[in-house]
Design a protein around this ligand. Structure first.
Ligand code: MG
Length: 335
């Protein structure tokens, strides 16, 4: 049977929660990427994390047994810098609130990095900084009050680490936002610039995006009309999937990114009945019931995909009991 990837020329990946989790590779990702290369597919790695340079990311991937060139990595810092370049005159001054990696990308597009509002920057760009200096938050506010245009690399509320979720760029940006009453122009997922840049850079005609979050990855892919594969190796799980509105529903689901190399999971929906593989979901009263004969994770994902079709087609049905039966599928954060 055909593999999911057969319909696409380029596979684009979110990194944290899809390829690696913190410093460690997610099981099977090196093998999966190698399989894509063997099939002659283009591969690209895309991250909302603005703190690390693309070279640092490509070195990290290579150290995990996933050889990646710097051209195969695209960060929200790079997309943010390109966004600035589109809006500003060459050489314009930009106040950077973020890491040196972000400042380097701003310089690379021909803009001038400044550190103080007294330099009268034309724009402010803010990205995640693990060592955020509070005085730079103040400088950003002064500059924006004085008329600088406000940009952000991404608005992720949190980020996964080995020891759990911690605040991401969003809360840092909130510190500025709450004092300036201006919304930043944003480069990262789910906004368009990062994925638009990815399509351009890799000349992708038929790309698919693989992600672990509904709110950034899947909504981001849908925003640029790109097909998507939602995987269960990261932040979100079955609760997030079932709770997704039309804008956050993926084209496919899979246990991990190796689902690209397997036949696509396809469900059919007719009336009050949905089937996927050997699983069948039906509506009984106000509840979705699941007949789930198999026991492994792949079987349970068939069941979940059948339940999702009914839950999305008829909002308001109770799927709690059906999801409880799918005990091998990660629940996610429900947020
Ligand atoms: Mg992720």
């Amino acid at each position: 049977m055909a593999e999911l990837i057969d319909a696409y020329d380029t596979a684009m990946f979110d990194l944290d929660g899809v390829i690696y989790l913190g410093p460690h590779a997610i099981g099977g990702s090196a093998e999966g990427i190698a399989g894509l290369h063997e099939r002659g597919k283009r591969v690209g790695f895309i991250t909302n994390n603005a703190a690390r340079a693309a070279t640092t990311v490509s070195d990290h991937l290579t150290s995990l047994g996933i050889p990646a060139s710097v051209d195969e990595v695209l960060t929200s810092s790079q997309a943010g810098a390109h966004l600035l370049a589109q809006h500003l005159q060459p050489g314009a001054k930009v106040l950077v609130v973020g890491t040196s990696a972000l400042a380097d990308e701003v310089r690379a597009v021909g803009l001038t990095v400044v550190a103080s509002a007294t330099d009268e920057p034309a724009a402010v760009i803010q990205g995640y900084d693990p060592n955020l200096d509070w005085s730079s938050v103040n400088e950003a506010c002064y500059a924006i009050h004085a008329g600088a245009v406000y940009f952000a690399t991404n608005l992720d509320r949190n980020r996964p680490t080995e020891r759990g979720l911690v605040p991401g760029a969003g809360p840092q940006i909130d510190a500025v936002r709450s004092s300036v009453a201006v919304e930043p122009v944003t480069a990262g997922k789910p906004d368009r610039p990062l994925l638009d840049e990815a399509v351009r850079r890799w000349s992708a005609d038929r790309p698919i995006f693989v992600g672990d979050r509904i709110d950034t990855d899947i909504i981001g892919a849908n925003n640029v009309a790109m097909d998507s594969l939602f995987v269960f190796t990261g932040a979100h799980g079955k609760l997030d999937l079932l709770g997704a509105g039309p804008e956050g529903r993926p084209t496919y689901i899979g246990a991990d990114m190796r689902a690209l190399l397997a036949p696509p999971r396809v469900a059919s929906l007719a009336g009050g009945r949905a089937t996927c593989g050997a699983a069948e979901a039906t509506i009984v009263g106000s509840e979705i019931r699941l007949d789930q004969p198999g026991g492994d994770l792949e079987d349970q994902l068939d069941g979940l995909w059948a339940v999702a079709q009914l839950a999305w087609a008829q909002p308001g049905l109770d799927y709690t009991q059906a999801l409880d039966e799918l005990d091998l599928v990660p629940a996610g954060q429900g947020q």
